[in-house]
Design a binder for this molecule. Sequence first.
Ligand code: ASP
Length: 288
Amino acid sequence: RPALAVHGGAGLADPAIRDAQRAGAGAALAAGWQVLHAGGSALDAVCVAVRILEDCPVFNAGTGSCLTADGRVEMDASVAEGTTLRAGAVALVTRTRHPVAIARGLLDRGGTVFLAGDAADAWAHAHGLAPCTQEDLITARQRELWARGRAGLNTGTVGAVAVDGRGHTAAATSTGGIMGKPSGRIGDSPVIGAGTCADDGLGAASATGEGEAILRLGLGRHALALLADGRDPAVAAVEAIAALERRTGGRGGLILVDPLGRIGSACNAPAMAWGWMRADRDAPAIGF
Ligand code: ASP
């Protein structure tokens, strides 16, 4: 039953970084799968996978995040588990390399679910995560895209969904947001029920795409509701993205897993890197 899927964001693809994104997704799947294969939890698997993607500079999360209109990195992330519905979320993180690790820390402590801005970085540094600078997070590639004024949706947000051997589900999502976004803007990725959602009775979801549209629909919860009555995640994902388009006109993508280990994905943007791994495969499947 264990299964793991990751995505590398919906949007305009950049052929120049496709191979590097494929390699990054493969590394994230391998590390997350190692956790599940050893009997670890879905929660640990999604956090390990997303952390690797945050470190991979060709994804728009952690190092390599896109820039705001005024040329800064402001990152959002969240993690949720489907057994007791614990969750952690952060927005507008500017001085910590792994926003998903802050979200996981909040989930583990079980008090505050959602912190934003300086408070999120301060909480991280008070709880053992190393501070970093904006220069540590900004890559030459993102600086150049920003200087050319390339605003809008590019692939690169990252997410993971998993079910473990006990049938527990989890999801995590991390992003730099949308290139050229106004400072202070928060998208769907850190919002439980929109960008990230997990419920052991239904499954787990991680979304990517136009955050404003995903927030308005509540895409993650909408997709999980479609998994009721044993509907196949492959069908539910397509229906959820169709609803996103129909109700909001928005573009985005989604990965889904159900408690049986069935996986689905859908996307109505030009491209979405994604991949998955399950016990019935020798190696991860990765595609765009
Ligand atoms: N959903 C993210 C946001 O709106 C962006 C993305 O997925 O590319 O912040």
